[in-house]
Design a protein around this ligand. Structure first.
Ligand SMILES: [Zn+2]
Ligand SMILES: [Zn+2]
Length: 208
């Protein structure tokens, strides 16, 4: 099954996969840890200890991985770590020994220029973070509202927007993902039916 979220750090893969009740953490295909919808967990990876944080969010918990205070953006598939060849120097600091070869742009990065995943340079990691943020935002509740807007114009957007706001309010009050999803589906469903009825009434009303 595809992971819910995954990160590549130091050549190892950290994934959150589906599991009862709120998913599980799998470190490099080995150690498994049961997760709850909200919390903070240490993730041991070689000599480093990362931090997995989960907070309540619309349509399920938001899961983030940190190296110290730094956020590590997720990657859809595993990205291996490429160590810089011996004696190579950082592309930006000609006096500093390179630690890694960036997996994306191929430049040599020293300890300071390598991102917290020690797989990408900081510039490439910023791009990955922006991609991930865009995907997360698109997947959230705005998607159904946009569909309502396209399909139903202003009236549709109004009904969809009301349903979305109500679904967000419910999502904030419960930990159960099933309940959040159920509420969102039911609310958007009711909004769709209400929209159709109102649209038919408006169009079908005798104009004499
Ligand atoms: Zn790069
Ligand atoms: Zn550098």
């Amino acid at each position: 099954m595809a992971p819910i979220a995954g990160w590549s750090v130091d050549g190892k893969r950290v994934e959150v996969r589906a599991g009862f009740p709120a998913g599980k953490l799998v470190v490099d295909g080995g150690d498994e840890l049961k997760l709850s919808a909200k919390g903070v967990w240490p993730v041991r990876l070689g000599k480093r200890t990362l931090t997995l944080k989960r907070t309540a969010a619309f349509l399920g918990p938001k899961t983030e991985l940190f190296a110290g205070p730094e956020l590590i953006p997720p990657t859809p598939a595993h990205v291996g770590q490429v160590l810089a060849p011996d004696g190579s120097l950082c592309a930006r600091h000609r006096e500093a020994a390179a630690l890694i070869t960036c997996a994306r742009c191929g430049s040599f990065a020293c300890e300071a220029c390598a991102g917290p995943d020690r797989t990408h340079c900081r510039t490439c990691l910023e791009g990955l973070a922006a991609d991930a943020a865009r995907k997360a935002a698109a997947a959230a509740y705005m998607a159904p509202v946009v569909v309502f807007g396209i399909g139903g114009g202003l009236l549709g957007a109004l009904f969809g927007g009301v349903a979305g706001a109500a679904a967000v309010a419910i999502a904030r009050k419960t930990e159960s993902k099933a309940l959040k999803l159920g509420a969102a589906v039911a609310l958007y469903g009711v909004a769709a039916i209400a929209y159709i009825i109102v649209a038919v009434l408006i169009r079908g009303s005798p104009s004499e």
